[in-house]
Structures are given as structure tokens and as C-alpha cells.
Design a protein around this ligand. Structure first.
Ligand code: AMP
Length: 115
């Protein structure tokens, strides 16, 4: 299996999970672009948001709800944060396994990365 995020889910790459349940897991981005930079990913290998089907509605909701809860837990909710899905090549997506970026802990430029 080549997918780096599947390897993280399968514990082949050791990563501390900030959250885990039957559908999703969350961990720190290896190259944070802001003080708090978390990735929330589905356990199922799905390349991008474009691959979601009706049956994934609960999963899609869970990604957002976990991001919201982690923002509170990590102390960034009051000041605000950014949630970001990159989708496909033109969206700037580099890892082909759905991931929701939770970005906070500092004021963000809109130009962190051109997408
Ligand atoms: P994207 O450009 O939206 O596909 O974002 C992929 C993100 O995954 C980047 O922010 C990377 O820093 C992050 N990333 C890649 N490999 C790892 C890893 N092994 N552990 C944590 N984050 C990673």
C-alpha cells in the first residue's frame, strides 16, 4: 500500500492521534504552516472530495464536526480558524487521500499558498 495516510491509519507510520473513532482520525501536519495545523482524515481510502458518494454523507459530516471539536480542545475556537479541503490537481491537493486541514493559532494571510 503506497498511500501515506493509509499507512498512518494502519499504524505503519507512527503518529500521535489527537482524535480517533470508527470513521476518522486526526493528527498534526508534519509541515505546519500555522501554529495549529491538524489534518482530519477518513479511515477509508478515498482520493478526494470528488469521490464522495451519498453513502459517505455521515463521514463528510464527521470530518467537519471533529475539526470543530478539536478547534475548541486546542484553544483556537474563540479567535477563529480556517478549514480547508484541497481537491485534485488544480485544487493543489498533494496527498491523494481526503484530508481536512484545520488551521489556526495565528492570523492567516489568504496567500499562505496559491491554490
Ligand atoms: P495537501 O497539499 O492539501 O494535499 O496537503 C497534504 C498535507 O499532508 C501537507 O500539509 C503535508 O505537510 C501533510 N503530510 C504529508 N505527509 C505527512 C505525514 N507523514 N504526517 C503528517 N502530515 C503529512
Amino acid at each position: 500500500m503506497e498511500c501515506v495516510f493509509c499507512k498512518i491509519i494502519n499504524k505503519e507510520i507512527p503518529v500521535e492521534f489527537l482524535y480517533e473513532d470508527e470513521l476518522v482520525a486526526a493528527f498534526k501536519d508534519i509541515k505546519p504552516i500555522v501554529p495549529v495545523h491538524i489534518l482530519i482524515i477518513p479511515k477509508e481510502h478515498l482520493e478526494s472530495i470528488a469521490d464522495l458518494e451519498d453513502k459517505h454523507e455521515a463521514l463528510a459530516g464527521r470530518l467537519v464536526m471533529v475539526a470543530k471539536e478539536l478547534a475548541v480542545k486546542l484553544g483556537i475556537a474563540a479567535k477563529g480558524y480556517k478549514l480547508l479541503f484541497r481537491v485534485g490537481r488544480d485544487g493543489g491537493q498533494e496527498v491523494p487521500h481526503i484530508h481536512l486541514h484545520l488551521l489556526g493559532g495565528g492570523k492567516m494571510s489568504e496567500n499562505i499558498r496559491i491554490v
